[in-house]
Design a protein around this ligand. Structure first.
Ligand code: SAM
Length: 217
């Protein structure tokens, strides 16, 4: 392994990944960043729910938003990257679901429901720094309507991520880390780190999705 960067440089690069400018830059490139396919835990879990209103926080290019809209949900896609939201809106229009979606520029770290509530609040692979997902989970829970669901999925620590910087790894979480963040009145339905295989650089690797599903009574 080459060591082209000092620890301080790596730390600065990692810190940039937690701010909107670096995501705006990624989403302004010619190529799409993500596959456009819905995330597997979303498909597995949401297929058991009746459609209603949904909020997807950290929606990126809108793959999950579009899939939810195609299943009959009325969806708000939220992200702190304006460029990401604009691209997601173009993808939704191309998929013919523009009338079932709207967009909300928010920073999850300071998210406030502002009186809005949703039958499903979902987020996939949003990793605020320094274990920040615990506090974010509490904020997102406030936006769940009575009888609604909160679904949080992220990368659980696994050997595959050992090469990442310390600050990247501190941004990962396990499903049980999030339990204390749930306000009273939530019932936990799933709290598991679900194994999943992905292909990276032509090789199959095993990872796990930290998955929390809870419902508001
Ligand atoms: C790894 S991508 C995942 C995108 C999408 N959920 C998916 O699974 O394809 C993380 C997304 O979260 C957004 N994001 C990161 N930190 C955020 C924050 N503090 N508030 C809102 N969005 C954030 C990024 O702009 C990016 O679109």
């Amino acid at each position: 392994m080459s060591h082209k960067h000092t620890d301080a440089q790596q730390g600065a690069q990692a810190a940039e990944m937690f701010e909107p400018d670096s995501w705006d830059e990624r989403y302004s490139g010619a190529e799409t960043v993500w596959s456009g396919k819905p995330n597997p835990q979303l498909v597995t879990i949401v297929s058991t729910l009746s459609p209603g209103t949904a909020l997807d926080v950290g929606c990126g290019e809108g793959g999950d938003v579009i899939w939810l809209a195609q299943q009959g949900w009325q969806v708000t896609g939220a992200d702190f990257s304006r460029t990401g939201l604009d691209r997601a809106a173009r993808h939704a229009a191309a998929a013919g679901v523009a009338d079932r979606v709207d967009w909300w520029q928010v920073d999850a770290r300071t998210f406030a429901a502002q009186g809005r509530s949703f039958d499903l609040v979902t987020t996939h692979y949003l990793h605020p720094p320094d274990g920040g997902m615990v506090a974010v989970a509490g904020r997102l829970a406030e936006a769940v309507a009575p009888g609604g669901h909160l679904l949080i999925v992220g990368h659980a620590i696994s050997p595959m991520f050992e090469h990442l910087t310390e600050s990247h790894r501190r941004a990962m979480f396990t499903s049980t880390d999030l339990l204390d963040a749930l306000p009273a009145g939530f019932e936990v339905l799933v709290a598991e780190d679900r194994p999943r295989s992905v292909v990276r650089d032509g090789k199959q690797v095993d990872i796990a999705d930290a998955t929390l599903l809870a419902t508001r009574r």
